[in-house]
Design a protein around this ligand. Structure first.
Ligand SMILES: NC(=O)c1ccc[n+]([C@@H]2O[C@H](COP(=O)([O-])OP(=O)(O)OC[C@H]3O[C@@H](n4cnc5c(N)ncnc54)[C@H](O)[C@@H]3O)[C@@H](O)[C@H]2O)c1
Ligand SMILES: CC(C)[C@H](C(=O)O)[C@@H](O)C(=O)O
Ligand SMILES: [Mg+2]
Length: 362
């Protein structure tokens, strides 16, 4: 078994280093190979997703990804911007199903920006379609407007689109996930305005008929954003398109205490997966040694569970994380009075130590 390790930029390198230490202590005998991606790859090879990196990712059984991006690349031609690396990996590997579980650990109830009673016990799953929608629709570009409010003016445009099979397959993923949980799916759309999302709603409804044991309801995305901060525990599984899923998952991150707590798994049809925290390269804190590595460590646990058939090892990582939080250690993003502030590396040390302790106990 081979894991492609792509740390990327900013805090990507800091948090992936901790996840690697956690994987190493489990002694699972995987081969790991590291490659450059994002801005780091652009600097070295002139492209954010070099051929060799893509090849490594395709050949691996799973990819562990950090984050890409930095403000200094924002003026580059789009094809050279770091973000194209993660988009290219998703597209090239066919990683259409993105799982973003938002779980509020008991110890972090007070770290959320919401009232404790709204998030205590929270366990929701966002299933985000990841290879379609306005992110990948063609045509897109710049042109001179021929109509609209300002004919003759410079304008930019993107194309929102979804095909029936694309919606069907992500809907199946969501219903099947719901069967293992509380058997409720909320499909989030904007069918009241966008034809793409009326179609989305129609197709999800059709697929839902194959899952009579799962309750399906539909919600407009603006209301969903509100409900997520009003009564998040009412959700079980949320299924939605690429762009709405991006936005709603960052909002859901704060329900867990911090975006530094939200892992993710992106799977293709053959269960090959890319695992990454839901957050970005955080240039504002990069290099300071204060980033929370837990979203990446928990993404590594998802990798063991979903792609590498190592359920027990995944359980051990997750219970080590809970133990560390119970012992009061916190990176600054989840720190509150009465807890102990630790660095990225100290948090990694603590998870490694908690795993080692359970190993010794046998
Ligand atoms: N998958 C990815 O690689 C990915 C995802 C999102 C954003 N990005 C890129 O990252 C760059 C920064 O984007 P942004 O600032 O909008 O989003 P971001 O997620 O990087 O950061 C948003 C805020 O959350 C904080 N934060 C994020 N992760 C944290 C962690 N692990 N511990 C503590 N605090 C954390 C940051 O310090 C920042 O204040 C951009 O170039 C963007 O395109 C990449
Ligand atoms: C960096 C960017 C392309 C990416 C996205 O929009 O999908 C990020 O925000 C994410 O959530 O993984
Ligand atoms: Mg995002």
């Amino acid at each position: 078994m081979k894991i492609a390790v792509l740390p990327g930029d900013g805090i990507g390198t800091e948090i992936v280093a901790e996840a690697i230490r956690v994987l190493n202590v489990l002694d699972l005998n995987f081969e790991m190979e590291t490659a450059l991606v994002g801005g780091a790859a652009y600097e070295a090879h002139g492209h954010p997703l070099p051929e060799a990196t893509l090849k490594l990712a395709k050949e691996a059984d799973a990819v562990l990804f950090g984050a890409v991006g930095d403000w200094k690349y924002d003026k580059l031609e789009r094809q050279f911007r770091p973000e194209q690396a993660i988009l290219g990996l998703r597209k090239n590997l066919g990683l259409f199903a993105n799982f973003r579980p938002a779980i509020c650990y008991e110890q972090l109830v007070g770290a959320s920006s919401l009232k404790p009673e709204l998030v205590a016990g929270l366990d929701i799953l966002i299933v985000r379609e990841l290879t379609g929608d306005i992110y990948f629709g063609q045509p897109r570009g710049r042109r001179t407007a021929v109509d609209g409010h300002f004919p003759g003016a410079e304008e930019a445009f993107d194309t929102m689109r979804y095909s029936r099979p694309e919606i069907e397959r992500i809907a199946h993923v969501a219903f099947q996930a719901a069967r293992k949980r509380d058997k409720r799916v909320t499909s989030v759309d904007k069918a009241n305005v966008l034809e793409t999302f009326q179609f989305w709603k129609d197709v999800v409804t059709e697929v839902g008929k194959e899952y009579p044991d799962v309750a399906l309801d539909h919600m407009y995305v603006d209301n969903a954003a509100m409900q997520l901060v009003k009564a998040p525990k009412k959700f079980d599984v949320i299924v939605t398109g690429n762009m709405f899923g991006d936005i709603l998952s960052d909002a859901a991150a704060m329900l867990t205490g911090s975006i530094g707590m939200l892992p993710s798994a992106s799977l293709n049809a053959s269960n090959q997966g890319l695992y990454e925290p839901s957050h970005g390269s955080a240039p504002d804190i990069a290099g300071k040694g204060i980033a929370n590595p837990l979203a990446t460590i928990l993404s590594a646990a998802m990798m063991l569970r979903f792609s590498l058939n190592q359920t027990e090892a995944a359980d051990r990582i997750e219970s080590a994380v809970k133990q560390v939080l119970a012992s009061g250690l916190r990176t600054s993003d989840i720190w509150s009075a009465g807890t102990t502030k630790v660095s990225t590396i100290e948090m990694g040390d603590a998870v490694v130590a908690a795993i080692t302790k359970t190993t010794t106990k046998g």
